[in-house]
Design a protein around this ligand. Structure first.
Ligand SMILES: NC(=O)c1ccc[n+]([C@@H]2O[C@H](COP(=O)([O-])OP(=O)(O)OC[C@H]3O[C@@H](n4cnc5c(N)ncnc54)[C@H](OP(=O)(O)O)[C@@H]3O)[C@@H](O)[C@H]2O)c1
Length: 275
């Protein structure tokens, strides 16, 4: 197989937020294996270090940056660091996201703030910085925003409201970039086996884990071990997709000719559960 077929992103620079877990980690790995120089942004350093090693073992290059995407300056520095390291930016994946599912009457407004700052503000700042960096280096670039099928329902809570905002921001950006060589891509995953449910009711999560034949202590706010995810997903494949399913969709979108805009993709398992 020639280089352009096996490593279609050789010479490209990518930044992925929320690359320390789940969908973002799978996307970083997919882009790195396809030849991109990947900057991973997230909070859990050992998970990112392992992904950097996996990309390097596949012959690629990657670096990891610990950050809190809710801090505007840290998102700016994440993009700037990738440009400093490689001289360019071709792909930004705004993936970091959180959900705190509580009825509006009972919820803690600080959790709304966390969702709004992580899912919306950080994504907006990422989009702005990426457009500036891609224009500066004349990239044939892609800005990929990870939304959700929650944006397809109008009663999907405050989390769903943040994903409706993502869809609106994506559509606006797509239109603003029509005359640039930068394409906006919106990906709406269905239920995927990740640590996304870390802030859900632990009894609910433990019930799902148990239905796959696993006994694990589930603590609110904490990540589950990778081995649990690796067993859980194939056991419940009808209702829980694999993070790689989303990562392959991202790779497809960012490897199209720049005159093609894969504007929106929904990736979900066969059986739909509400998010
Ligand atoms: N899984 C699903 O069913 C599903 C469905 C539709 C859409 N999505 C979307 O997919 C995206 C990825 O979620 P996931 O399912 O992969 O969940 P996940 O396993 O919980 O991963 C979320 C990622 O975001 C990072 N993150 C969260 N807050 C951050 C902050 N303030 N600063 C830096 N990083 C932060 C996490 O870092 P740490 O782990 O290091 O804390 C982690 O890397 C989210 O936008 C989510 O809304 C998920």
């Amino acid at each position: 197989m020639n280089e352009s077929a096996s490593r279609p992103l050789a010479g490209k620079t990518a930044v992925v937020t929320g690359a320390s877990s789940g969908i973002g980690r799978a996307i970083a790995l997919q882009l790195g294996r396809a030849g991109a120089h990947v900057t991973l942004g997230g909070r859990t350093e050992d998970a990112m270090a392992e992904t950097v090693r996996q990309i390097e073992r596949a012959g690629g290059a990657a670096r990891a940056v610990r950050l809190d995407v809710r801090e505007v300056d840290q998102v700016r520095a994440l993009v700037a660091g990738a440009v400093t390291a490689t001289g360019r930016l071709d792909i930004l994946v705004n993936n970091a996201g959180v959900s705190f599912p509580s009825p509006i009457a009972d919820a803690d407004p600080e959790q709304w703030r966390t969702m709004l700052e992580t899912n919306v503000l950080a994504l907006l700042v990422g989009c702005q910085e990426a457009v500036r960096a891609m224009r500066a280096c004349g990239a044939h670039g892609h800005i990929v925003n990870i939304s959700s099928i929650a944006a397809q329902r109008s009663d999907s809570g405050v989390y769903g409201a943040t994903k409706h905002a993502v869809n609106c921001i994506h559509a606006t950006l797509r239109s603003e970039l029509e005359n640039d060589t930068i394409r906006a891509v919106n990906i709406m995953p269905g239920a995927i086996a990740t640590n996304f449910a870390r802030n859900f009711d632990p009894a609910f999560v433990a019930g799902i884990v148990k239905s796959a034949g696993l006994e694990v202590e589930v603590k609110k706010g904490e990540r589950l071990p990778d081995e649990v995810m690796e067993t859980l997903q194939p056991a419940l494949a009808q209702m829980l997709g694999h993070p790689d399913d989303v990562a392959r969709a991202v790779l497809y979108a960012v490897t199209q000719p720049i005159g093609v805009n894969i504007a929106e993709i929904v990736v979900r398992p066969p059986k739909q559960i509400a998010l």
